[in-house]
Design a protein around this ligand. Structure first.
Ligand SMILES: Cc1cc2nc3c(=O)[nH]c(=O)nc-3n(C[C@H](O)[C@H](O)[C@H](O)COP(=O)(O)OP(=O)(O)OC[C@H]3O[C@@H](n4cnc5c(N)ncnc54)[C@H](O)[C@@H]3O)c2cc1C
Length: 285
């Protein structure tokens, strides 16, 4: 369980990190190391060069703009879970971060590493898709914003290009009348999501004016159940309306492994999607 030999460089700035990336083929950024190092020990990843970005303060922290919250890519899960700004204006992200693994993982693992690794069983991808977050990528020549829904392209694969670093994630603040909830069924050994459901509901004058439901753990990439969200619009979001809307859930190509079959994952999505919508509705009230 030893990784292959590799060279190590510590970046002193974002520009330095991009220069190092440009001058080394087969290089990987090292953030919290909680996905990359295990992959290297298993020889599932064998980068010849590690570029340690872990000390770049410019990639850390949570700041507020008028309508949005900007989270640096190197912000840890523990910082997300403890953030007053998120708890007030985007509680679903703090709620999901608090459910990740254990304190050791939450203290080292970062939001950027979590989504760049694109493990289908990670907790944050579905939340960011449901929120309509924007992921900011940077190369030596350009800044590139990517919608979270377009960022995840396949199992462990994203639209991050070989010459780019992720700098931040921008999240719209949830307004008054919007409730949110993230619920997960965790794998008993790893704590990763076998099924994670993220729901947002906005209720105005007694009826649903906006809704979003997204899942991770079920398919190779997080997916938004847009049929369910559309079916909720205009309803009172009562239990019967939620049941009717959930009938529109379609799961294409659910994952199957020794712990959970595709059929079981689909059943979990039906049950936990419903529960997440109900919880979001109750919080919107
Ligand atoms: C025992 C254990 C249990 C876990 N349980 C859960 C869980 O329940 N839920 C969950 O969601 N996660 C879980 N995780 C994963 C954890 O959340 C990690 O934080 C996350 O997967 C990777 O983040 P990291 O900062 O450690 O990234 P690293 O391991 O350092 O990097 C991961 C990948 O992202 C790339 N990368 C990192 N930062 C950037 C950047 N800024 N720009 C471009 N590329 C970048 C790296 O090059 C690498 O390819 C668990 C991990 C462990 C070890």
């Amino acid at each position: 369980m030893f990784p292959s030999a590799f060279d190590y460089h510590r970046a002193s700035s974002i520009d330095d990190a991009l220069d190092l990336l440009a001058s080394h083929s087969e290089a990987k950024f090292l953030a919290g190391g909680h996905s990359l190092i295990p992959m290297m020990k298993l020889r599932l990843a064998e980068p010849g060069v590690l570029i340690d970005i872990g000390r770049l303060d410019e990639l850390k922290g949570i700041s507020e703009d008028n309508g949005s919250i900007r989270v640096g890519s190197l912000t840890t899960h523990a910082a997300l879970a403890a953030s007053e700004a998120l708890r007030r204006d985007c509680p679903i992200l703090a709620e999901a971060a608090a459910l990740i693994a254990d304190p050791q993982v939450r203290n080292k693992g970062t939001i950027g590493g979590n989504i760049a690794h694109a493990d289908p069983a990670s907790d944050l991808p579905a939340v960011l898709v449901a929120l309509g977050a924007t992921i900011h990528l940077k190369s030596k020549s350009a800044d590139r914003p990517v919608a979270a829904a377009d960022f995840f392209v396949d199992l462990l694969a994203t639209s991050l290009a070989d010459n780019e670093i992720m700098t931040a994630i921008e999240i719209p603040k949830l307004g008054a009348g919007t409730g949110s909830a993230y619920l997960k069924v965790e794998h008993p050994a790893s704590g990763y999501a076998v099924c994670g459901a993220a729901a947002l509901i906005t209720i105005a004058n007694g009826s649903v004016s906006a809704a979003k439901l997204a899942f991770n753990g079920v398919t190779a990439i997080p997916f938004a159940a847009d049929g369910v969200s559309e079916a909720l619009l205009g309803s009172d979001a009562g239990d019967e309306a939620v049941d009717r809307a959930m009938a529109a859930l379609a799961v294409a190509d659910p994952m199957s492994d020794s712990y959970a079959s595709g059929e079981y994952r689909t059943a979990l999505a039906r049950a936990y999607g419903k529960r997440a919508i109900r919880a979001a509705r109750d919080r919107a009230a």
